[in-house]
Design a protein around this ligand. Sequence first.
Ligand SMILES: Cc1cc2nc3c(=O)[nH]c(=O)nc-3n(C[C@H](O)[C@H](O)[C@H](O)COP(=O)(O)O)c2cc1C
Length: 370
Amino acid sequence: MKTKVCEQLGIEVPIFGFSHCRDVVAAVSAAGGLGVLGATTFPPEQLEVELRWLEERLQGRPYGVNVLMADSRTEGAVEDLERAIPPQHREFVQGLEQRFGVPPLRKDAPAAGSIYQNMELRSTHGWARPQLDIVWRHRPKLLVSALGAAPPDVVERAHKLGMKVGGMTGSARHAQKHVAAGADLVVAAGNEGAGHNSDVATMVLVPEVVDAVAGKVPVLAAGGIGNGRQIAAAQAMGADGVWLGSIWLTTVESDLDAGSVEQLLKAGSHDTLRTRCWSGKPTRFLRNPWMEAWDERDAPEPLGTPFQRMLIAPSYQRIVAAGMHELMAVPVGQVVGQMRARRRVRDVMLDLQQEYLDAVSRLYAIQPQV
Ligand SMILES: Cc1cc2nc3c(=O)[nH]c(=O)nc-3n(C[C@H](O)[C@H](O)[C@H](O)COP(=O)(O)O)c2cc1C
């Protein structure tokens, strides 16, 4: 199963595990893959705590960090940006709160954690730079930029510090941009996957990206990969490795709230939708009535980035404080239909490898008819 990317990063198997949860990241790296921490939600001081914890836990084993470095950055104070939100959008959101009975925020309500933290700031340039200042003090083996290519000074500094640079991409053109900007690998994130993804399915995107980078850097396939058969398929399409996000959400190590885990374990592959109502960019989530309401005929078009997040952030504070799981935003891909039981990360990693070996043996057993 070892490929070029394993040598590049000093890992045993080319399985990358993306998570905002440090326990998952540590467990993926400990099992021979590369755990990658999604830094998006962490203010700098918390990111410092997370990275220190990971390095103590991993004792020199490699891990990675993923930071949103959006191409389309909107600068400015949050209050100034908020003034640009049209009143009809605010009215629509108030209407949704009433319709779904979202109660007002209690004064003593704890701040919403996990993916709901600091939502309104995340796509701004001012959010990513202080996170990078923390990354420079640590030694992740891989720094991955999402939503845009890493700027030249970031690539240069990462390389000087001995880090490899990766780029999330949803198209062949963006993959070439990442390579031109100095990326050492690209992650082709297809339409089936959780979070921000491509208009194009993984099955089509991966070979396109592989051809576009023409062997200059390894390509990882992401989106719709949750078992070893899918890993074998990704390699058949020319990918050097795979990048998985959804599959970890229902692991024992995951910090996702128990109510959401329960929903995921029951959901099928049809129970996700791709919507702009979270960040302004198309993102895949577990389907729920709040998100479906944005597709109704009288709904306004979601705003762009970062305005849409600013618009909905207060509602999510209330939804989370009230424990309304049926309305929470749970990013998950179509592989949710394969997530049927709570397993330890280590067991997921072992199953992935065993299924991969079985799939490859089956392929070898096919007698080519010429
Ligand atoms: C809960 C969750 C949050 C995510 N947040 C991010 C993120 O902040 N940055 C990013 O580049 N990708 C993010 N993703 C997407 C993953 O990096 C990955 O592309 C995707 O999960 C792969 O498809 P899969 O879900 O089918 O495994 C997220 C995925 C999940 C499940």
